[in-house]
Ligand binder design. Structure first.
Ligand code: DI6
Ligand code: FE
Length: 410
């Protein structure tokens, strides 16, 4: 048998394997890497007699699957701190959006920004995510809202992946808001998305999925149905911003299209949860948006558990509702605000986040044959990953078994 490339020993390992209880933990474990994948993982006492080109002792540190941020709007220009102040003075998110602030002000700034400017500002945020253990990140468009600018955002997202070695999963979110040019004709904008934008993006292979924003001041179920059918014609899976501010039957809509995920879900009904469970659609909970918008209605966590819906956690990093650049802090918030357990939060940022991106076959847990995307932490127990606030417990991050240097740049 060929030598291993790297052997990590004297490690405590949270494998997060689905069937295993208690983090799938292995005390005094070892993990071997070959050709970028996990070649062996188990108790050190059971190590087979295979040589490794390099052996590294982790001095009892914990290792987990690298984190996966499965819902971000990482690419945007400017910020929305002024909206934030207005909301603190009592204006609602919807009032600000309807009065021309909100998403559309970020659209203006993003349209004006060059590819290089967008790349540089998103790179800073990506470094912050990686510094807290993220090796796979989903990035949505949705601040361009015309053909050239949506393509510009997706190209910047692809470039972020190519230049860092992290996996960037790109999502076309053209149905995020109706752009000013179509203010009186949303149907014509939906036509443009279905007939021109989705074909153009699919042809260039710029998107891995298509998302939409289902709220009564954004897009209706009928409009989103058209967008989803157009996406599926090109073999693109779909995701949905669903039931965040009101029950718009978004979860049911996502389930009807076998969406990878339905995200937010604060107002989702019992029927909506049942539909998600039957469809195998993941729930993505976004506590950064919940806390920033000062929401009180919590997502139906108990029902999601009962219906065995995979529960993922993400940052929703965006300038309007979730200026949060740490997935670990999103886990910490999900424990406190949504009463998830620390183990559910770690699963939500690894195994279940992989499911929410359709990547469960090759990442999200530590097991033989999966990618060696690994986070090494200076903690005494993985529950601490949901405990600390404002602390950076990451010791190092491996992507396909190799160290990622951009984490040290932060
Ligand atoms: N995700 C979104 O896309 C919207 N809310 C959310 O949680 C709004 C993004 C924005 O306001 O810019
Ligand atoms: Fe979002």
């Amino acid at each position: 048998m060929a030598d291993w490339d790297l052997l990590l020993t004297d490690a405590r390992i949270a494998t997060m394997q689905r069937a295993a209880a208690d983090y799938g933990a292995i005390e005094d474990g070892a993990l071997a890497i070959s050709a970028g994948t996990v070649a062996w993982v188990g108790a050190r006492a059971d190590l087979p007699n295979i040589r490794a080109k390099e052996t590294r002792s982790l001095s009892g540190r914990w290792i987990t699957p690298a984190l996966i941020d499965c819902h971000t709007h990482l690419i945007f220009a400017g910020d929305r701190a002024a909206d934030f102040e207005q909301r603190l003075q009592g204006m609602s998110y919807e009032q600000i959006a309807r009065s021309g602030g909100g998403i559309l002000s970020t659209v203006q700034a993003t349209r004006r920004a060059s590819r290089d400017e967008l790349f540089e500002s998103a790179m800073q945020r990506l470094r912050m995510l990686a510094a807290d253990g993220v090796a796979t990140v989903e990035i949505k468009s949705g601040y361009g809202l015309d053909i050239d600018n949506e393509i510009k955002m997706l190209e910047v997202a692809r470039r972020l992946g190519e230049s860092t070695g992290l996996t960037v999963f790109t999502t076309l979110l053209a149905a995020h808001a109706v752009p000013p040019e179509f203010a009186h004709d949303a149907q014509a904008y939906v036509d443009l998305i279905c007939e021109q934008l989705i074909p153009a993006v699919a042809e260039r292979r710029l998107a891995d999925a298509v998302d939409a924003y289902c709220e009564d001041f954004a897009f209706s179920a009928e409009q989103i149905g058209r967008v989803f059918r157009a996406a599926q014609k090109f073999g693109l899976p779909v995701k949905l911003h669903a039931d965040q501010l009101s029950d718009g039957s978004g979860a049911g809509l996502a389930a009807r299209f076998n969406a990878l995920s339905a995200d937010h879900l604060e107002y989702t009904s019992a029927d909506g949860v049942t539909a998600l469970g039957n469809a195998g659609t993941a729930a993505v909970l976004l506590p950064g948006a919940f806390v920033t918008l000062n929401e009180t209605q919590r997502p139906p966590v108990r029902a999601l558990r009962e219906h065995k819906v995979p529960i993922a956690i993400a940052t929703d990093c965006n300038p309007g509702t979730s200026p949060l650049c740490s997935l670990r802090e999103a886990m910490a918030l999900a424990c406190r605000l949504f009463k998830l357990t620390p183990e559910e939060c770690l699963a939500g940022a690894t195994r279940e986040a992989a499911v929410a991106l359709g990547l469960g076959a090759d990442r999200g847990t530590l097991e033989t044959g999966k990618r060696a995307d690994i986070a090494i932490w200076d903690v005494d127990h993985p529950r601490e990953l949901s405990y600390w606030l404002g602390v950076r417990p990451l010791s190092s991050l491996l992507v396909c078994g190799s160290g990622v240097s951009l984490t040290r740049a932060c």
